[in-house]
Write a protein of this length. Structure first.
Ligand code: GCB
Length: 597
């Protein structure tokens, strides 16, 4: 899916700003049209929850309405006119004046609504967007709406971050030509110093395709005619972690000697593969240092913010991180584009978090009922999951920064039904992208003995909290458990293994002379060091992603004091003591394993 861009043949109007806003507290489900009579206004892009002081907004279950007026530029007479929502969390219905113009389910991937036949060029219309943050057992991520003793609805969910909702990313109005480029897919490679860019351009309408590839100075390095082909790049400069290099591919659609559509795409030439226990980028072993992150800031919730984007990447660089995982959902496209430009490596995850009744069962790991069952993760859940995977991969497959897809976080891969649930999804992911390795983050209840799906994937990514949820405050015991665990996986499958989560909640400013005191800044450092001592004993081990980059908001709960505090940075991005300890370990590694030459 092409991101809307301003090109010689396409125009773009940004619709961000302050919109009329109202909670829908009515019982019926008829659309709420006409001008919203509401005292409230909400900022877009941002989750709505924390913008208001009223707790009823923060905890709202059901639809909310956003509204503004929009004018279609007068010059767009011969073009198609579309609305693009970069994200509406988790479902949206879009109305143009009184007409339902489009709908979408899935809170973290974009969608278009074609309004060409609804509004003439030059015309103004009332844009109303109903957005629902509700989660059920048929949504991804899943959840459950309960009705309490007082009759109030409550959203229950099975993941450890606040269920922010609303228009968290930008909204656009854009034009595109009737005969147009629909999509572009590139697969890159190289042999010696010759690079290759295999491209496919999907079009609508009869016309010729021409593609050109330019280097960063704008000099033409290759060109070709036809909707499919391979461009060769002499003396290629590869895209490398820490040393990004982007060519620009321009695809043009030509009809009667005229360029009727034109679209540019940044292309990084690089390869990714796994071989035995190794994870290779451009044929060289790569060691991941970094974090699981969240899109999470005060007031904005999950709202995308360019200043935080720039600052977070500055901090990644400062601490020596070369990578992160988009835990636990696809991030804004701006984040991936930034990673492409700055050479940061990304593990791109779907929003499938919480497919695990064992976690709901608590530390016993005993599910209240089976996860893969009619009651919970059923065929409809799986179909929604497939749709999420499709939307993630078709959105992100051209980003050189994305080196691996993570299909789910901590699913019940040890429970009966896991294989039947995941096998078709793995097949689908490989059809959509035959080039990138696949992984999922393995929950601690799924062990090297009882996990049922690891052989379907390419990389073993484990989430382990030895020294926190297990053997909390007892790091010698934690080390022994972790050593046994890693050895077990290594003996079971010959695949690269990495830690996709390990971390300890830490209250900034809490100190102790005894470093086994949990929640202190000293303990966070000691915990990380204990883990690192074990990682460094295994040559098969390919990466460490600390949980989490920064503190983040969670649901109200007795085990969370104002959110999850496992951040190495606070929610407002101040370093805890562990940040400097990580910096000392990670800086200067350049993708090599700590301690290696
Ligand atoms: C996990 C989850 C993550 C949580 C984390 C924690 O295993 O994947 O979403 O936030 O543990 O801190 O408990």
């Amino acid at each position: 899916m092409l991101k809307p861009r301003s090109t010689p043949t396409r125009e773009l109007v940004n619709l961000d700003g302050v919109w009329r806003f109202a909670l829908d507290s009515r019982v019926d489900d008829t659309p709420w049209l006409g001008t919203l009579q509401t005292p409230l206004e909400a900022a877009v892009p941002a989750s709505y929850n924390d913008q208001f002081t009223d707790p009823a907004v923060r905890k709202h279950v059901g639809w909310v309405y956003y509204q503004r007026t929009v004018r279609v530029p007068r010059g767009w007479t011969n073009d198609d006119v579309l609305l693009r929502f970069d994200a509406a969390t988790h479902a949206a219905r879009v109305y143009v004046d009184d007409a339902l113009a489009g709908e979408h389910v899935g809170g973290y991937t974009p969608f278009d609504v074609d309004i060409t036949d609804l509004v003439p060029a030059g015309g103004e219309f009332r844009l109303t967007v109903a957005v629902s943050g509700d989660l059920t057992n048929e949504t991804i991520p899943p959840g459950k709406i309960e009705i309490g003793a007082t009759g109030r609805q409550k959203q229950v969910y099975f993941h450890d971050f606040f269920n922010y909702a609303g228009l968290a990313r930008s909204v656009w109005l854009y034009s595109r030509p009737k005969a147009r480029i629909e999509d572009i897919v590139v697969i890159t490679g190289f042999e010696g110093d010759e690079g290759t860019v295999e491209y496919t351009v999907a079009t609508s309408g009869e016309a010729q395709v021409r593609v050109r590839l330019a280097d960063t100075t704008g000099a033409l390095v290759a060109e070709a005619d036809g909707a499919q082909g391979v461009l060769t790049v002499p003396n290629v400069t590869l895209w490398k972690p820490g040393a990004a290099y982007l060519y620009e591919l321009t695809a043009e659609l030509i009809s009667e000697d005229e360029v009727v559509d034109s679209y540019p795409l940044a292309v990084g030439v690089r390869t990714v593969e796994t071989r035995g226990y190794e994870f290779l980028i451009n044929g060289e072993p790569f060691y991941f240092t970094g974090f699981g992150k969240h899109e999470d800031t005060a007031i904005r919730g999950k709202g995308h913010d360019d200043a935080f984007l720039v600052h977070d990447f500055q901090l990644l660089d400062w601490v020596g991180a070369n990578s992160f995982r988009t835990s636990h959902y696809p991030y804004a496209e701006e984040v991936l584009e930034f990673a492409d430009r700055h050479g940061i490596v990304v593990i791109d995850e779907t929003a499938a978090v919480g497919l695990n009744m064992g976690v709901v069962g608590g530390m016993t790991g005993t599910p209240p009922f089976p996860t893969f069952s009619e009651q919970y993760a059923n065929d409809k859940t799986q179909a929604a999951h497939a749709q999420h995977l499709r939307e993630l991969i078709t959105r992100d497959r051209n980003h050189p920064s994305v080196v691996m897809w993570s299909i789910a976080n901590e699913p019940a891969s040890n429970e009966e039904g896991a294989r039947e649930y995941f096998e078709p999804l793995v097949k689908l992911a490989r059809e959509l992208d035959p080039t990138r390795p696949l992984t999922y983050s393995v929950v601690m209840f799924a062990t090297f003995k009882n996990d049922l799906i690891v052989d379907l994937f390419d990389v073993v990514s484990i989430n382990r909290y030895y020294g926190w949820y297990i053997a909390g405050g007892e790091l010698d015991v934690a080390e022994a458990y972790l050593r046994g665990d890693l050895q077990g996986w290594i003996d079971r499958v010959e695949k690269p293994i990495m830690m996709s989560e390990y971390g300890a909640d830490t209250e900034p400013g809490l100190h102790s002379v005894w470093e086994d005191r949990v929640w202190t800044e000293e303990y966070q450092i000691a915990y990380l060091e204990a883990n690192h001592r074990i990682f460094d004993q295994f040559p098969q081990f390919v990466g460490e992603h600390v949980w989490n980059f920064a503190d983040f908001a969670t649901d109200n709960g007795l085990h969370r004091v104002d959110g999850n505090k496992k951040g190495v940075f606070t929610r407002d991005r101040k370093p805890k003591a562990a940040a400097r300890a990580l910096r000392a370990r990670w800086r200067g590694l350049d993708g090599r394993k700590p301690g290696s030459a």
